[in-house]
Write a protein that binds this ligand. Sequence first.
Ligand code: NI
Length: 399
Amino acid sequence: MSAATTLKDAQSIASWIVDVRRQLHRIPELKYEEVKTSALVQATLKELGIPFKAGMAETGVVGTVGPKDGPCVALRADMDALPIEEAVVSDFRSTHPGRMHACGHDCHTAMLLGAAKLLKQREATLPGPVKLIFQPAEEGGAGAERMCQAGVLDAPNVQRIFGLHVWPQIPTGVIGGKAGTFLAAAGELEIVIHGKGGHAAMPHFARDPVTTAAQVITALQTIISRELDPLVAGVISVTTVHGGSTYNVIPEEVRLTGTIRSLTLAGLKALQTRVTEVATHVAAAHRCTAEVSFPGNDYPPTDNDPHAWGLSQQIGRDLLGDAGVKTLEAVMGGEDFAYYVQGGVPGCFVALGIRNQELGAIHSVHTPQFLVDEAALPLGAAMHVEFAMRSLSELAATK
Ligand code: NI
Protein backbone atom coordinates (compact mmCIF):
# COMPACT_ATOMS: atom_id res chain seq x y z
CA MET A 1 0.00 0.00 0.00
CA SER A 2 1.35 3.40 -0.92
CA ALA A 3 1.97 6.38 1.36
CA ALA A 4 -0.71 8.27 -0.59
CA THR A 5 -3.25 5.57 0.31
CA THR A 6 -2.25 5.73 3.96
CA LEU A 7 -2.62 9.50 3.97
CA LYS A 8 -6.02 9.27 2.26
CA ASP A 9 -7.18 6.63 4.75
CA ALA A 10 -5.97 8.74 7.67
CA GLN A 11 -7.69 11.86 6.31
CA SER A 12 -10.90 9.86 5.93
CA ILE A 13 -10.96 9.25 9.71
CA ALA A 14 -9.69 12.73 10.64
CA SER A 15 -12.92 13.76 12.36
CA TRP A 16 -12.93 10.49 14.34
CA ILE A 17 -9.37 11.18 15.56
CA VAL A 18 -10.21 14.79 16.40
CA ASP A 19 -13.29 13.67 18.31
CA VAL A 20 -11.24 11.20 20.39
CA ARG A 21 -8.68 13.92 21.04
CA ARG A 22 -11.34 16.36 22.21
CA GLN A 23 -12.85 13.77 24.53
CA LEU A 24 -9.40 13.26 26.06
CA HIS A 25 -8.74 16.99 26.19
CA ARG A 26 -11.80 17.44 28.43
CA ILE A 27 -10.52 14.94 31.02
CA PRO A 28 -6.83 15.68 31.64
CA GLU A 29 -5.35 13.49 34.40
CA LEU A 30 -2.00 13.69 36.15
CA LYS A 31 0.69 11.02 36.17
CA TYR A 32 -0.44 7.55 37.32
CA GLU A 33 -4.00 8.86 37.75
CA GLU A 34 -5.03 8.41 34.09
CA VAL A 35 -8.04 6.29 35.04
CA LYS A 36 -10.66 7.85 32.76
CA THR A 37 -8.12 8.21 29.97
CA SER A 38 -7.11 4.57 30.25
CA ALA A 39 -10.78 3.52 30.28
CA LEU A 40 -11.38 5.50 27.09
CA VAL A 41 -8.36 3.90 25.41
CA GLN A 42 -9.54 0.44 26.45
CA ALA A 43 -13.11 1.06 25.29
CA THR A 44 -11.85 2.29 21.93
CA LEU A 45 -9.54 -0.68 21.42
CA LYS A 46 -12.41 -2.99 22.32
CA GLU A 47 -14.67 -1.26 19.82
CA LEU A 48 -11.96 -1.73 17.18
CA GLY A 49 -11.65 -5.42 18.03
CA ILE A 50 -8.04 -5.05 19.14
CA PRO A 51 -6.96 -7.28 22.05
CA PHE A 52 -5.12 -5.45 24.81
CA LYS A 53 -3.57 -5.79 28.22
CA ALA A 54 -4.48 -3.13 30.78
CA GLY A 55 -3.14 -2.19 34.20
CA MET A 56 0.53 -2.11 33.22
CA ALA A 57 2.39 0.45 35.37
CA GLU A 58 -0.98 1.35 36.98
CA THR A 59 -2.97 2.74 34.04
CA GLY A 60 -0.91 1.66 31.00
CA VAL A 61 -2.53 -0.23 28.12
CA VAL A 62 -0.89 -2.29 25.38
CA GLY A 63 -2.86 -3.37 22.33
CA THR A 64 -1.61 -5.76 19.67
CA VAL A 65 -2.55 -5.80 15.99
CA GLY A 66 -1.33 -8.36 13.47
CA PRO A 67 -0.22 -11.98 13.51
CA LYS A 68 1.33 -13.64 16.55
CA ASP A 69 4.59 -14.43 14.79
CA GLY A 70 7.01 -12.37 12.79
CA PRO A 71 9.02 -9.26 13.60
CA CYS A 72 7.51 -6.92 16.16
CA VAL A 73 7.35 -3.13 16.06
CA ALA A 74 5.99 -0.85 18.79
CA LEU A 75 4.29 2.53 18.55
CA ARG A 76 4.07 4.61 21.68
CA ALA A 77 1.80 7.34 23.05
CA ASP A 78 1.75 8.97 26.47
CA MET A 79 -1.50 9.76 28.28
CA ASP A 80 -0.86 12.13 31.19
CA ALA A 81 -1.56 15.85 31.56
CA LEU A 82 -0.09 18.71 33.58
CA PRO A 83 -1.11 20.69 36.70
CA ILE A 84 -1.90 23.83 34.70
CA GLU A 85 -5.17 25.78 34.51
CA GLU A 86 -6.19 25.98 30.86
CA ALA A 87 -6.47 29.50 29.46
CA VAL A 88 -7.72 28.44 26.02
CA VAL A 89 -11.46 28.81 25.56
CA SER A 90 -13.10 26.11 23.43
CA ASP A 91 -16.07 23.77 23.65
CA PHE A 92 -13.70 20.95 24.56
CA ARG A 93 -11.88 22.83 27.28
CA SER A 94 -10.57 20.94 30.32
CA THR A 95 -13.33 20.04 32.76
CA HIS A 96 -10.79 19.22 35.47
CA PRO A 97 -9.86 22.40 37.33
CA GLY A 98 -6.13 23.02 37.50
CA ARG A 99 -5.33 20.32 34.96
CA MET A 100 -4.64 20.61 31.29
CA HIS A 101 -3.35 18.65 28.35
CA ALA A 102 -0.67 21.29 27.88
CA CYS A 103 1.88 18.93 26.36
CA GLY A 104 -0.39 17.42 23.72
CA HIS A 105 -0.46 13.90 25.13
CA ASP A 106 -4.19 13.85 24.32
CA CYS A 107 -3.15 14.25 20.67
CA HIS A 108 -0.53 11.50 20.98
CA THR A 109 -3.10 9.07 22.37
CA ALA A 110 -5.73 10.01 19.76
CA MET A 111 -3.24 9.69 16.87
CA LEU A 112 -2.19 6.25 18.07
CA LEU A 113 -5.81 5.17 18.34
CA GLY A 114 -6.28 6.48 14.79
CA ALA A 115 -3.31 4.41 13.68
CA ALA A 116 -4.77 1.41 15.53
CA LYS A 117 -7.99 1.76 13.56
CA LEU A 118 -6.12 1.90 10.23
CA LEU A 119 -3.73 -0.92 11.11
CA LYS A 120 -6.67 -3.11 12.13
CA GLN A 121 -8.14 -2.62 8.64
CA ARG A 122 -4.81 -3.76 7.17
CA GLU A 123 -4.21 -6.53 9.68
CA ALA A 124 -4.15 -9.31 7.07
CA THR A 125 -1.22 -7.63 5.28
CA LEU A 126 1.00 -7.22 8.37
CA PRO A 127 4.04 -9.53 8.45
CA GLY A 128 4.29 -9.30 12.23
CA PRO A 129 2.65 -7.90 15.36
CA VAL A 130 2.42 -4.17 16.11
CA LYS A 131 2.31 -3.24 19.79
CA LEU A 132 0.35 -0.11 20.58
CA ILE A 133 1.73 1.29 23.82
CA PHE A 134 -0.37 3.77 25.81
CA GLN A 135 1.77 4.70 28.80
CA PRO A 136 1.14 6.73 31.94
CA ALA A 137 3.25 9.38 33.61
CA GLU A 138 5.59 10.82 31.03
CA GLU A 139 5.70 14.09 32.96
CA GLY A 140 8.29 13.31 35.62
CA GLY A 141 6.92 9.90 36.56
CA ALA A 142 9.08 7.78 34.23
CA GLY A 143 6.03 5.79 33.16
CA ALA A 144 8.06 4.39 30.28
CA GLU A 145 10.60 2.88 32.69
CA ARG A 146 7.81 1.14 34.59
CA MET A 147 6.25 -0.10 31.34
CA CYS A 148 9.65 -1.59 30.41
CA GLN A 149 9.94 -3.19 33.86
CA ALA A 150 6.43 -4.62 33.36
CA GLY A 151 7.71 -6.30 30.19
CA VAL A 152 6.15 -4.16 27.49
CA LEU A 153 9.13 -4.74 25.19
CA ASP A 154 9.14 -8.52 25.72
CA ALA A 155 7.21 -11.54 24.40
CA PRO A 156 7.17 -10.81 21.54
CA ASN A 157 10.39 -8.83 21.64
CA VAL A 158 10.05 -5.37 20.19
CA GLN A 159 12.64 -4.84 17.45
CA ARG A 160 11.92 -1.21 16.71
CA ILE A 161 9.91 1.52 18.41
CA PHE A 162 8.57 4.92 17.36
CA GLY A 163 7.02 7.85 19.18
CA LEU A 164 5.61 11.18 18.04
CA HIS A 165 5.44 14.48 19.89
CA VAL A 166 3.45 17.50 18.79
CA TRP A 167 5.88 20.36 18.17
CA PRO A 168 4.71 23.98 18.17
CA GLN A 169 8.02 25.25 16.78
CA ILE A 170 7.41 23.74 13.34
CA PRO A 171 4.35 24.20 11.11
CA THR A 172 1.62 21.68 10.47
CA GLY A 173 2.60 19.46 7.56
CA VAL A 174 6.23 19.20 8.65
CA ILE A 175 7.98 16.60 10.78
CA GLY A 176 11.35 17.07 12.44
CA GLY A 177 14.07 15.23 14.27
CA LYS A 178 17.65 14.11 14.06
CA ALA A 179 19.86 11.06 14.31
CA GLY A 180 21.60 10.52 17.64
CA THR A 181 20.79 12.46 20.78
CA PHE A 182 17.63 14.47 20.20
CA LEU A 183 16.45 15.18 23.76
CA ALA A 184 18.33 15.74 26.99
CA ALA A 185 19.06 13.76 30.11
CA ALA A 186 17.04 15.56 32.77
CA GLY A 187 16.64 15.41 36.51
CA GLU A 188 15.07 17.30 39.35
CA LEU A 189 16.96 19.31 41.95
CA GLU A 190 16.06 20.20 45.51
CA ILE A 191 18.18 22.25 47.90
CA VAL A 192 17.15 23.01 51.46
CA ILE A 193 19.20 25.76 53.08
CA HIS A 194 19.12 25.41 56.84
CA GLY A 195 19.96 28.48 58.92
CA LYS A 196 18.85 29.80 62.27
CA GLY A 197 15.71 31.87 62.46
CA GLY A 198 15.42 35.08 64.41
CA HIS A 199 14.13 38.62 64.66
CA ALA A 200 14.77 40.42 61.40
CA ALA A 201 15.88 43.49 63.37
CA MET A 202 18.72 41.47 64.93
CA PRO A 203 20.27 39.47 62.08
CA HIS A 204 23.47 38.94 64.10
CA PHE A 205 21.60 36.51 66.35
CA ALA A 206 20.40 34.53 63.34
CA ARG A 207 22.01 32.71 60.42
CA ASP A 208 20.05 33.92 57.44
CA PRO A 209 19.02 31.22 54.93
CA VAL A 210 17.45 33.87 52.66
CA THR A 211 20.65 35.75 51.79
CA THR A 212 22.42 32.40 51.64
CA ALA A 213 19.86 31.04 49.17
CA ALA A 214 20.40 34.11 46.98
CA GLN A 215 24.17 33.46 46.98
CA VAL A 216 23.63 29.77 46.19
CA ILE A 217 21.32 30.52 43.25
CA THR A 218 23.84 32.97 41.78
CA ALA A 219 26.81 30.66 42.38
CA LEU A 220 25.07 27.75 40.63
CA GLN A 221 24.89 29.78 37.42
CA THR A 222 28.67 29.94 37.15
CA ILE A 223 28.86 26.13 36.88
CA ILE A 224 27.37 26.40 33.41
CA SER A 225 28.97 29.72 32.41
CA ARG A 226 32.49 29.18 33.85
CA GLU A 227 33.07 25.45 34.18
CA LEU A 228 31.31 23.82 31.25
CA ASP A 229 32.89 23.77 27.80
CA PRO A 230 30.92 26.47 25.94
CA LEU A 231 30.33 23.98 23.13
CA VAL A 232 28.75 21.44 25.50
CA ALA A 233 25.09 21.85 26.41
CA GLY A 234 23.98 22.06 30.03
CA VAL A 235 21.19 23.68 32.00
CA ILE A 236 20.78 24.46 35.69
CA SER A 237 17.50 26.27 36.37
CA VAL A 238 16.31 27.11 39.86
CA THR A 239 12.57 27.43 39.40
CA THR A 240 11.07 27.75 42.87
CA VAL A 241 12.18 29.58 46.02
CA HIS A 242 10.19 29.05 49.19
CA GLY A 243 11.04 30.47 52.58
CA GLY A 244 9.73 32.65 55.31
CA SER A 245 6.25 33.70 56.36
CA THR A 246 6.35 37.35 57.30
CA TYR A 247 8.32 40.58 56.91
CA ASN A 248 10.13 40.76 60.23
CA VAL A 249 11.19 37.18 60.85
CA ILE A 250 14.28 35.50 59.46
CA PRO A 251 13.12 31.97 58.65
CA GLU A 252 14.78 28.73 59.66
CA GLU A 253 15.10 27.43 56.14
CA VAL A 254 14.66 28.16 52.45
CA ARG A 255 13.74 25.50 49.93
CA LEU A 256 14.84 25.70 46.30
CA THR A 257 13.83 23.37 43.49
CA GLY A 258 14.79 23.23 39.85
CA THR A 259 16.05 21.13 37.01
CA ILE A 260 19.43 20.00 35.71
CA ARG A 261 19.96 18.90 32.11
CA SER A 262 22.72 17.62 29.87
CA LEU A 263 22.87 15.72 26.60
CA THR A 264 24.52 12.76 28.34
CA LEU A 265 23.81 10.89 31.56
CA ALA A 266 27.48 11.31 32.54
CA GLY A 267 27.16 15.05 31.96
CA LEU A 268 24.06 15.14 34.15
CA LYS A 269 25.89 13.30 36.95
CA ALA A 270 28.86 15.70 36.67
CA LEU A 271 26.56 18.72 36.99
CA GLN A 272 24.83 17.13 39.98
CA THR A 273 28.20 16.63 41.68
CA ARG A 274 29.17 20.25 41.18
CA VAL A 275 25.74 21.54 42.27
CA THR A 276 26.17 19.61 45.52
CA GLU A 277 29.70 20.95 46.08
CA VAL A 278 28.86 24.56 45.25
CA ALA A 279 25.62 24.64 47.25
CA THR A 280 27.10 23.05 50.37
CA HIS A 281 30.23 25.18 50.35
CA VAL A 282 28.48 28.48 49.61
CA ALA A 283 26.01 27.67 52.41
CA ALA A 284 28.90 26.87 54.76
CA ALA A 285 30.58 30.16 53.89
CA HIS A 286 27.44 31.87 55.14
CA ARG A 287 27.15 29.78 58.33
CA CYS A 288 24.26 27.74 56.97
CA THR A 289 24.04 24.18 55.69
CA ALA A 290 22.64 22.98 52.38
CA GLU A 291 20.93 19.66 51.96
CA VAL A 292 21.06 18.78 48.26
CA SER A 293 19.00 16.02 46.68
CA PHE A 294 17.93 14.91 43.24
CA PRO A 295 14.43 13.55 43.72
CA GLY A 296 12.41 11.78 41.08
CA ASN A 297 13.84 10.04 38.09
CA ASP A 298 16.85 11.09 36.07
CA TYR A 299 15.61 10.62 32.51
CA PRO A 300 18.30 9.35 30.14
CA PRO A 301 18.86 11.27 26.89
CA THR A 302 16.66 10.24 23.98
CA ASP A 303 18.91 8.73 21.32
CA ASN A 304 17.45 8.26 17.86
CA ASP A 305 18.71 5.30 15.89
CA PRO A 306 20.19 6.67 12.62
CA HIS A 307 18.44 4.06 10.47
CA ALA A 308 15.08 4.63 12.17
CA TRP A 309 15.48 8.39 11.69
CA GLY A 310 16.39 7.77 8.03
CA LEU A 311 13.23 5.74 7.60
CA SER A 312 11.21 8.45 9.39
CA GLN A 313 12.56 11.06 6.98
CA GLN A 314 11.66 8.86 4.01
CA ILE A 315 8.13 8.41 5.37
CA GLY A 316 7.88 12.16 6.00
CA ARG A 317 8.92 12.93 2.42
CA ASP A 318 6.50 10.36 0.98
CA LEU A 319 3.56 11.62 3.05
CA LEU A 320 4.29 15.34 3.16
CA GLY A 321 6.70 16.08 0.34
CA ASP A 322 10.35 17.14 0.41
CA ALA A 323 9.54 20.32 2.32
CA GLY A 324 7.77 18.24 4.95
CA VAL A 325 10.96 17.06 6.69
CA LYS A 326 13.20 19.22 8.81
CA THR A 327 16.41 18.27 10.59
CA LEU A 328 16.31 19.81 14.06
CA GLU A 329 19.00 20.61 16.61
CA ALA A 330 18.92 18.67 19.88
CA VAL A 331 16.73 20.29 22.52
CA MET A 332 17.13 20.28 26.29
CA GLY A 333 13.63 19.00 26.94
CA GLY A 334 13.54 15.54 28.54
CA GLU A 335 11.35 12.68 27.43
CA ASP A 336 10.89 9.26 28.98
CA PHE A 337 10.71 7.64 25.52
CA ALA A 338 14.45 7.39 26.25
CA TYR A 339 13.82 4.35 28.46
CA TYR A 340 12.48 2.28 25.57
CA VAL A 341 15.59 2.80 23.46
CA GLN A 342 18.31 2.86 26.11
CA GLY A 343 18.04 -0.90 26.55
CA GLY A 344 19.13 -1.42 22.95
CA VAL A 345 15.85 -1.44 21.03
CA PRO A 346 16.47 0.89 18.08
CA GLY A 347 13.89 3.60 17.89
CA CYS A 348 13.07 7.08 16.82
CA PHE A 349 11.26 9.96 18.47
CA VAL A 350 9.84 12.33 15.88
CA ALA A 351 8.53 15.88 16.20
CA LEU A 352 5.18 16.53 14.51
CA GLY A 353 4.56 20.15 13.50
CA ILE A 354 1.35 21.71 14.86
CA ARG A 355 2.18 25.40 14.44
CA ASN A 356 -0.48 27.48 12.72
CA GLN A 357 -0.25 31.24 13.02
CA GLU A 358 -3.82 31.82 11.84
CA LEU A 359 -5.31 29.60 14.54
CA GLY A 360 -3.02 31.01 17.20
CA ALA A 361 -1.31 27.64 17.56
CA ILE A 362 2.01 29.29 18.37
CA HIS A 363 2.43 28.75 22.10
CA SER A 364 4.96 26.47 23.71
CA VAL A 365 4.00 23.22 25.39
CA HIS A 366 3.59 23.47 29.18
CA THR A 367 1.86 26.87 28.94
CA PRO A 368 -1.82 27.66 29.70
CA GLN A 369 -2.16 29.05 26.14
CA PHE A 370 -0.96 25.88 24.40
CA LEU A 371 -3.11 25.22 21.35
CA VAL A 372 -2.87 22.48 18.73
CA ASP A 373 -3.65 22.68 15.02
CA GLU A 374 -5.75 19.53 14.81
CA ALA A 375 -5.11 19.26 11.06
CA ALA A 376 -1.83 17.62 12.12
CA LEU A 377 -3.57 14.71 13.83
CA PRO A 378 -4.36 12.56 10.75
CA LEU A 379 -0.79 13.21 9.55
CA GLY A 380 0.50 11.79 12.82
CA ALA A 381 -1.75 8.76 12.53
CA ALA A 382 -0.47 8.20 8.98
CA MET A 383 3.14 8.52 10.18
CA HIS A 384 2.49 5.84 12.81
CA VAL A 385 0.93 3.47 10.27
CA GLU A 386 3.92 3.89 7.95
CA PHE A 387 6.43 3.53 10.80
CA ALA A 388 4.89 0.17 11.57
CA MET A 389 4.28 -1.16 8.07
CA ARG A 390 7.64 -0.19 6.60
CA SER A 391 9.61 -1.35 9.62
CA LEU A 392 7.80 -4.69 9.60
CA SER A 393 8.54 -5.19 5.89
CA GLU A 394 12.19 -4.28 6.39
CA LEU A 395 12.57 -6.56 9.38
CA ALA A 396 10.72 -9.43 7.68
CA ALA A 397 12.97 -9.10 4.63
CA THR A 398 16.19 -9.21 6.67
CA LYS A 399 15.17 -12.22 8.72
NI1 NI B 1 5.18 15.77 26.32
